[in-house]
Design a protein around this ligand. Structure first.
Ligand code: GLV
Ligand code: GLV
Length: 326
């Protein structure tokens, strides 16, 4: 019997066909809706492999009902939707898609920073609304990016790629991370600082840390209060790292100037979310890695990992390496 692979979102034909060539494949095909939990559990109960996305909760309940499951290929660099400890206990390999999305996500992060600083969304709306009647000295003026200080919280691969872009804009680069990043210090002149120093000094505070028990709720009201009043906050990693209510209050009170957000506490956000009424907030629908090339490469990595497990090899981007001991 061929292994059964369940794909939780509609993927392009060439990815589906690559899997269907070797395995029995079923896929959730509604384009604009995540697979309902009950269907995910029902399919997982029969599956040898799952190809999942970040909106799927892959937890103890799922693993305990999925007796044949060997591998979960999560189409993301983040894996906070997956209970890794439970996965290892149940002998399931968890794989992510690092590396292929690094530059693409750094591009989007920097674009979001530029768009927020230079009020590009507001300006585009202004033109569309027919409000552009003349050139005026202080019309839609934003703030400069070049030669300012960027403070990167989470200096992993994406953080380093953002630092590289910042260096091209002649920015001074501060970072805070669990570990020192000697390469970034030497190559880009990045300066390590404490979280509080970074908050106090940066003109742009950019969050690129992964979501885990150490980073959940990392940014509270007091942290926004420590930032400069004209600081701009950018988040392109995970919403729950921020206390969203605290950010709303800080923006409303003028404690920081603006925010560019690609991620939110609960996604998707509704049209009546307070952020969407604020002119100084640029909100994007979690599109950090969303280029055609990169999304295809991420799905390719998922297929590579599934194939590796069924062919008895170690998957290249295994996250829970302790599963090999079980
Ligand atoms: C997307 O957010 C990812 O983790 O790749
Ligand atoms: C603006 O368009 C300028 O020429 O300065």
């Amino acid at each position: 019997m061929k292994p059964f692979v369940y794909v939780t979102r509609k993927v392009p034909d060439e990815i589906y066909e690559r899997l269907a060539d070797k395995y029995n494949v079923e896929m959730w095909t509604e384009e604009d809706k995540a697979v309902p939990r009950s269907i995910l559990l029902e399919k997982a109960a029969k599956a040898d492999a799952l190809l999942t996305v970040i909106s799927d909760a892959v937890d103890e309940v799922l693993f305990s009902q999925a007796g044949q499951l060997k591998v979960v290929a999560n189409m993301a660099v983040g894996f906070d939707n997956i209970d890794l400890e439970a996965a290892s206990r149940h002998g399931v390999s968890i794989c992510n898609t690092p590396d292929v999305l690094t530059d693409t996500t750094a591009d989007l992060t920097f674009a979001l920073l530029l768009a927020t600083a230079r009020r590009m969304m507001e300006a585009a709306e202004f033109v569309k609304d027919g409000e552009w009647t003349s050139w005026a000295p202080m019309m839609l003026v934003g703030t400069d990016v070049h030669h300012k200080k960027i403070g990167i919280v989470g200096m992993g691969k994406i953080g380093t790629a953002v630092a590289k872009r910042a260096a091209g804009f002649d920015m001074e680069i501060l970072y805070h991370n669990r570990n020192r990043h000697e390469v970034a210090e030497e190559m880009l002149g990045a300066q390590y600082c404490t979280f509080d120093e970074l908050l106090a000094e940066a003109d742009f505070v950019v969050c690129l840390a992964p979501l885990n028990q150490d980073t959940r709720g990392l940014f509270q009201r007091e942290h926004f209060q420590k930032m400069k009043n004209d600081a701009i906050f950018i988040n392109a990693s995970r919403g729950p790292i921020i206390n969203e209510q605290a950010l709303i209050e800080a923006l409303t009170a003028g404690e920081i100037a603006a925010a560019g957000l690609d991620v939110f506490d609960k996604e998707p956000i509704n049209a009546d979310h307070p952020f969407l009424t604020m002119k100084n907030v640029v909100a994007l629908p979690h599109i950090g890695s969303a280029s055609k090339e990169t999304r295809m490469a991420m799905m390719g990595t998922c297929c590579d990992n599934i194939e590796a497990v069924f062919e008895g090899r170690h998957p290249k981007t295994l996250v829970n390496k302790d599963v090999l001991q079980f």
